[in-house]
Design a protein. Structure first.
Length: 401
């Protein structure tokens, strides 16, 4: 019997596409994997199989209490922020209560004025570019992309602007699932709890106030958990969407026109990234509510299934010609699928932040170019999210606005 694949290691940084191909060739569409501490799980790499898992919330539940491995999970397990037990958040709520929570979040985000959202994004993007534009070189990921989404989201929520940097650090620690993960989660929870208390005393025209006043009647703990989920899901993947798209435009001749003002190329590059280099590679997860079969595998009740979004996006049965541009095809899994997919208003917010952020870079630094060989670029060591550790660029120095 072929041994399960560790869901860790440098190949998730250096060659994930090749790694997913090998997994599919050796194990099929549903691959046995082990998480930190030799915890077993299944990674669903097949497009059809992932569609089946995400489309059947009864058989493949989001209720983590079903997990048959809880007895072996220590209290300091670094993946607990990502695979939580009895977390009162939208991620682990099922059925009608889940639909009500989606409604609350969607209503709060739909009330955000699109022109106001773009204006906030342009304001913060211009401030960040002002800090680097006279130098002639920068790390456009660390000095820009990693700082932009959370500043916009913090403003939409009602945070003070100066709280942004601390939230960035906490979010990154939590999402990377390493030794500082639980500390990051604690900082984010404390900050969110304080904001809720402030808004209960003094409501404002922001996302937090609208969620507190929503007719569905969720309590403060539930709302705080949902806000943390929204912040984590909205910041890091959007930052990586900006970074991965800029990398594509700076290294791929097909998108060179976008560096000279071609706005259609920005949208094309962003969509290409969602297919080929999606920020959210793998997601935990779903739990089998009974014994079943999937992709030729026998799945036991309580087994954890990880959603292999990038593996499914590159499934050769769906992408027969991986070299061809995807155009406007948005049938990828990058925002999930089914009942627990990213709410549409949240997708719109992320797209406005990412696209505006990229366009501001191209407007302000029109001759931006890669400052290092493309093959020297490296990724963060995470099997969950795929983003660059740095994207060094150079440009003609210009004055701040």
């Amino acid at each position: 019997m072929i041994a399960p694949v560790p869901l860790s290691g440098p190949r998730f940084q250096t060659e994930p596409a090749q790694l997913y191909r090998e997994m599919r060739r050796e194990h099929g569409a549903v691959t046995p994997v082990v998480l930190d501490g030799d915890i077993p799980a299944w990674l669903v790499l097949g497009y059809r199989e992932l569609h089946q898992v995400t489309g059947d919330p009864v058989l493949f539940s989001r209720d983590s209490d079903l997990w048959n491995q809880w007895d072996g999970i220590p209290d300091d397990w670094p993946l607990l922020p990502m695979i939580g037990r009895k977390q009162p958040s939208i991620l682990y709520t099922v059925g009608e209560r889940h639909r009500e929570r989606v409604g609350m979040i969607s209503d709060a985000l739909e009330a955000v004025d699109p022109s106001e959202l773009r204006s906030y994004t342009e304001k913060f993007a211009d401030e960040l570019i002002d800090g680097i534009c006279a130098k002639g070189e920068t790390d456009i990921v660390g000095d820009y992309a990693m700082l932009l989404p959370v500043r916009v989201l913090a403003r939409l929520y009602g945070f003070r602007d100066e709280q942004g940097p601390g939230l960035v650090t906490a979010l990154n620690d939590m999402i990377d699932g390493r030794e500082r993960a639980i500390a990051g989660q604690t900082h984010l929870a404390t900050s969110m709890g304080q904001l809720l208390a402030d808004r209960k005393e003094e409501p404002a025209d922001d996302v937090v106030s609208r969620m507190l006043m929503h007719e569905s009647g969720f309590d403060d703990i539930e709302i705080a958990q949902d806000l943390m989920v929204m912040m984590a899901a909205g910041h890091q993947p959007t930052a990586d969407w900006i970074g991965n798209s800029l990398r594509l435009m700076l290294t791929d001749d097909r998108f060179a026109a976008s560096l000279f003002g071609g706005r259609n190329s920005v949208a094309e590059a962003m969509n290409e990234v969602l297919w080929e280099d999606t920020p959210t590679q793998n997601v935990a997860g779903r739990w089998a509510s009974r014994d079943t079969q999937l992709g030729g595998r026998r799945i036991r009740a309580g087994d954890l299934l990880l959603l292999g979004l990038q593996g499914a996006n590159s499934d050769p049965q769906v992408r027969t010609d991986g070299s061809a541009l995807t155009g406007g095809n948005s049938a990828h899994f990058s925002f999930g699928h089914g009942e627990h997919r990213c709410p549409f208003p949240a997708q719109e917010v992320a797209e406005v932040i990412a696209r505006t952020g990229i366009e501001v870079v191209l407007d302000r630094l029109p001759d931006i170019d890669l400052a290092v060989p493309a093959e020297s670029l490296t990724r963060r060591p995470s099997p969950w999210l795929r983003g660059l550790t740095a994207l060094p660029v150079r440009f003609t120095p210009v004055a701040a606005l």
